[in-house]
Design a protein around this ligand. Structure first.
Ligand code: P53
Length: 475
């Protein structure tokens, strides 16, 4: 008989990242990260990327939800839901405040010892991202972010220190969060968050993105080797934003173009999993006369630093229609998909796309998978008696878990776990808002940082607790 539910050791839990939740942006010797210089934006106006902290602007990540001082209380609530795993990141600027020091900041290291110990106390497995949109700002101003090869050394030093310090506490690691978001190279925010590059007038954005991504992937492959040398039991993965891209119609040109769009967004996975660039892309670099700085030694490193597993986020799917070019651009080539609804922030909601994605990756890469983000950003209302009736969130998660279950039980996908995003409300990455909420736990704080900061359980808290208790049977 085939197994009809999730494996016994399935890692149910939730996910966050340092800069969107910790606050304490200048405590414990922490340096300024790129996220500390992003202002509050909104659904219709982008966040500003300022060069210094300006007095009259609001920077939501400075305070975030103050996990820096609330971590015990917050992890306790996650334990109450029965979490088996908790994904967070290590703020690079707590360990290397400027990024180019040779010695780490002990106070920063000690903070994460406390966070991981608190998780382990409840048998919660920490799942840790090394770089999640929070590189030291000093590396931007002094080196131009990841446009500079020197960043490889700074990052691998950071990775080395973290692996050495925490290898007995943390088994699951990821190198770069959503490394492929910058495939959307026309977006200033996407490239800045991944690579710390601020475009100037006249820049070839696409070329700069390919070069930066190359250095990052070399750094990631080196980190994999460093980590395995320290402790071969550590599982070190890549992390991709997986948004499947469908053809708008069965027209052959649409299908071909959708394939190219997927390849353009996901070549990062090809390099990190297979250890080499796909042929179409090498050919593309030639046709563009890009002459990127990719050395033979780099190619060796990529080959020997392939990842142990694939972590990914899944929020939405896209659709494309061929016009007159094969060079996919996310802004201009997407068309609306009449078969899916959208969230309040315009993100298409497509649970079946999750099953499609799990199968797509399994067929292409033959590796274990780990869903480390999924969820619905929504407006919540705290009632007078401190409840949040978030049936829309439960519905979103339930429909995605159902599809994930089919992928595991019917399609045989090797999936390690499910860690929905923002398990406690936190600052949105794209808009900086608090009001774009994902959590099972409500945090009483508004877009401008006002509120009691008290934590309240939403209806989804009790629902998710039951889901975990029943290992995904009681949905
Ligand atoms: P927010 C774009 C597309 C898909 C995922 O996003 C993305 C982004 C960038 O915003 O980011 C991931 O907060 C990211 C998290 C982020 C989460 O999705 O914009 O890894 O840091 O918070 C949700 O609603």
């Amino acid at each position: 008989m085939t197994e009809s539910t999730f494996p016994k050791n399935f890692l149910w839990g939730g996910a966050v990242t340092a800069h969107q939740l910790e606050g304490g942006y200048n405590e414990g010797g922490k340096g300024i990260s790129i996220a500390d210089l992003m202002t509050l934006g909104g659904p219709n106006h982008p966040r500003e990327l300022t060069a210094t902290i300006e007095k009259n602007k609001y920077y939501p990540n400075h305070k975030a939800i103050d996990f820096y001082h609330h971590y015990k209380e917050d992890i306790k609530l996650m334990a109450e839901m029965g979490f088996k795993a908790f994904r967070t990141s290590i703020a690079w600027t707590r360990i290397f405040p400027n990024g180019d020091e040779t010695q780490p900041n002990e106070e920063g290291l000690a903070f994460y010892d406390k966070v991981f110990d608190e998780c382990l106390k409840y048998n919660i497995e920490p799942v840790v991202t090394l770089s999640h949109f929070e590189m030291p700002y000093h590396l931007v101003t002094e080196y131009g972010g990841w446009s500079n090869r020197k960043l490889i050394d700074f990052f691998t030093r950071f990775a080395h220190v973290c692996f050495e310090r925490y290898h007995n506490k943390v088994k699951y690691w990821m190198t770069f969060n959503e490394i492929n978001n910058q495939a959307n190279y026309e977006s200033d925010i996407s490239v800045y968050e991944n690579s710390g590059i601020k475009f100037k007038e006249g820049d070839d954005k696409q070329k700069l993105m390919y070069q930066a991504a190359h250095y990052e992937m070399v750094a990631s492959a080196e980190a994999v080797q460093i980590g395995h040398a320290i402790n071969p039991d550590m599982q070190i993965g890549c992390m991709l934003a997986f948004c499947p891209i469908y053809p708008a119609s069965p027209k052959p040109e649409d299908i071909l173009f959708a394939q190219r769009a997927m390849d353009s967004r996901l070549y990062f996975g090809d390099v990190q999993v297979n250890g080499e660039y796909p042929r179409w892309l090498t050919q593309y670099f030639k046709s563009k006369n890009y002459n990127l700085d990719i050395t033979d030694k780099d190619l060796e490193i990529l080959k020997h630093g392939t990842v142990d597993y694939i972590a990914f986020s899944y929020y939405m799917s896209f659709a494309v229609k061929y016009t007159d070019h094969m060079d996919y651009r996310e802004y201009s080539d997407l068309v609306e998909n009449p078969f899916v609804k959208a969230s309040d922030w315009g993100w298409p909601v497509d649970p079946v796309g999750l099953r499609y994605s799990l199968n797509w990756m399994t067929t292409r890469w033959h590796k274990s998978l780990f869903i480390v983000e999924n969820g619905l950003g929504a407006y919540d209302k705290l009632t007078d008696d401190h409840k949040v009736h978030d049936d829309y969130r439960i519905e979103y998660l339930r429909s995605h878990i159902k599809e994930m279950k089919k992928a595991v039980t019917e399609d045989g996908v090797d999936l390690w776990g499910y860690l929905p995003w923002g398990c406690i409300d936190l600052v949105s990455a794209s808009t900086g808002e608090m009001n774009k909420r994902y959590g099972f736990i409500y945090v009483d704080e508004d877009n401008h940082g006002n509120g009691s900061m008290k934590r309240y359980k939403k209806d989804s808290f009790d629902w998710y607790k039951k889901v975990i208790e029943s290992n995904g049977t009681d949905l």
